[in-house]
Design a protein around this ligand. Structure first.
Ligand code: RB5
Length: 144
């Protein structure tokens, strides 16, 4: 499975650690930056990762910033993207089962690494539930 990853300076450290974790799990990771703790603008990385997912170059996107909030707001501007800002594994499960989220955004500053690993484990291994959620997700996409 192909994963596109991105971060700003506030998410850089955890992005590196989470990238290595995903590679250890057997995922192919396309790292879209940033590549240092130099101050950058998170929408630039949300855009690059989201466009890779929307184009089918990656199955899922993972974005890390200080809170995950800005990344989610920016990613959801890209057609085809359903980005969820997730701070617990339970929310990761529901974002996949109910919302068919294709991008997960996490916090590098307020959520610890082990929790973020568990969030990614759950997000990347949970299927969309379909059924009653199908038409709701279709209605989201009709908003584009
Ligand atoms: C950067 O200072 C911070 O605003 C950013 O990482 C993120 O938390 C935005 O939502």
């Amino acid at each position: 499975m192909n994963i596109a990853m991105g971060a700003d300076h506030a998410g850089f450290e955890q992005k590196e650690l989470l990238k290595n974790y995903l590679i250890e799990q057997g995922f192919t990771v396309h790292d879209k930056g940033c590549f240092s703790e130099e101050r950058v603008d998170y929408p630039d990385f949300a855009k690059t990762v989201s466009e890779a997912v929307a184009a089918g170059e990656a199955d899922f996107g993972v974005l890390v910033c200080g809170t995950g909030i800005g990344m989610a707001i920016a990613a959801n501007k890209v057609d085809g993207i359903r980005a969820a800002n997730v701070i617990t594994p339970e929310f990761a499960q529901l974002a996949r089962e109910h919302n068919n989220a294709n991008v997960v955004t996490v916090s590098g500053r307020f959520v610890d690494l082990e929790t973020n690993k568990a969030i990614l484990d759950t997000f990347l291994n949970t299927e969309f539930g379909g059924g009653r959620h199908e038409c709701r997700v279709s209605k989201i996409m009709e908003l584009e």
